[in-house]
Design a protein around this ligand. Sequence first.
Ligand code: ADP
Length: 450
Amino acid sequence: MNKKIRTTSQQLTQLFLTLFIIILFLVNLAFAGISTAFIYNNAHEQAEEVIDTVSDNIGGHDEHKNKKEWKLFLNAYLARQSNDAISLKTPKGKTVYSEDGEELFEKVKNHRNYNNVVFMENSVYYLRTANEDGYRISVILNVDDLFTLITHLLLAIIILNLIAIICSIPLIKRFSRKWSQPLEKIDQDIEAIEHQTTAKKKVFVPKQPAEIHHLAQSFNKLLEYQDKAIQREQQFVTDASHELKTPLAAIRGHINLIKRRGKEHPEIVAKSLQYIDSESSRMEILVNELLELGRAKKQHQSIDPIDLVPIVQKESEILEQEYDTCSVYISSPIKLFCPIEIKDFRLIVHNLLDNAAKYSQDNAKIKVELQKDNGYLILRVKDQGIGIRKENYDKIFDRFYREDQAHSSQIKGTGIGLAIVKDIVTKYHGKISVSANTPKGVIFEIKLPL
Ligand code: ADP
C-alpha cells in the first residue's frame, strides 16, 4: 500500500535503460547469428571445393591404387597444419582415408551431428559427404580457428556492451532528468501556490513538449478562473454585508431614538415605526433575493417542457395591477413549450418586467415577444424607459451593481434582480443580452436552447 511513488525521471531512466539493454541484446543475438552462418557457409564452401577437386582428379585407372597411394593422393587436397580428413569409397566398395583420416572418421561417427557440424573434445568439425561418379567422398574440416575467432569477438562485444550499459546509466539519468524537468518545475510551483509560500499565482509554462505546454497553460487558466471566483465571492460577502448593514443601522438608530425620546416625544414613535417598517421590508426583499440567487445556480435535472405563454400573460397582469399606469403588449404564438422549471421562468419574466416598469416613467409601454428561432426560445422585453449607458451593459448583470441614474432617481432596488436572471439563463446554457431600444429605453433578450 505504502509503495513509494516513483518520479517521472526514475521511470524514464528505467524505461530507457531497459530499451537500451534490449537493443544491445538483439544486436548481439544478430551478431551471433550472422557469425554462425558465416562459419557454416565458409566450412561448407571449403568442403565443396575439396570434394570437387578430389572428384575432378580421380582418373579411371585410380581404381588400382593401393592404400598408400590413395593416402598420398588424398593428402594432397588437405591443408597440412589443420586437422582435416578425407575418406573415399570407390565404386567397388573399398574405403580409403587421408593421413590419420580413419581415426578421425571413427571418432566423428560416435558423436552427434548438428546440421553437419560436430562438436567433440574441444574441437568443432564440419562434415560433408557427396557422391561423384560412383565415388562417395566425405570431408571433415576442422573449423576451430574460425570458431575461436568469433567466440573471442563475441566475448569482446559482450564486455563492450557491459561497459556501455554502465557508462550509459548516468547519461540516461541526466537526459531523463532534463526531460522531466518541466513537470518537476510545474509540480514545485503548484506546491508553492498550495502552501502559499509564493506570491505567484501561475505555474511555469515550458515551451516544450507541447502537451505539457498546453497542460500548464490550462492549469494557469483554471487558477485564474478560481482566483476570480474567490474574489467575486469575497466581494459578494462584502457587498451583501454592506447592503444589510445600512437598513440594520437605520433600524437600530430609530429603536434607540424611541427608547431615549419616545416617552417625552410620543409623536416621533409613529414616524420611526414607519421607517423601521420600510427598512425591514427592504431587508426582507434583499434576503429573499439572496436566497433566490443561491437557488438560481443549482443545477436542474432533466425537465419536461412547459407552456410559457400563460406564465408571461400571468406575470404581465400582475405587473399591470402593481403599476396601474403601465401596459404590457404580448406578441407570442398560442402555445410555446420549453424545458424549464416554472419557478425559474416566472422569475426571469418577473424581474425583467419589473425593471422595465420600474425604470420607465408613468404610462410605461412594455412589449414582450416570445418566439422560437432555430432551436432556441427567444424572449424579448422592450421598454421605453430611462435606458442604460452602453458602457454599463456588462456591469448591470453583476451582483449589487446599480446604475447611478437609478440611485439618483431614487428608484428602489437591490442590484440583484438581473444577476438572478443571468444565473438562471446560464444554468439552462442560454444567453442574455441587452441593447438600446428606439427611440429610447432598452431591450433585454434571452435565448434558451429548446
Ligand atoms: P435593481 O433593479 O434591483 O437595482 P437589477 O439587477 O434588476 O437590480 O438591475 C441592475 C441595474 O440595471 C439597475 O439598478 C438599473 O440601473 C439597471 N437596469 C435594469 N433594468 C433596466 C431597465 N429596464 N431600464 C433601465 N435600467 C435598467
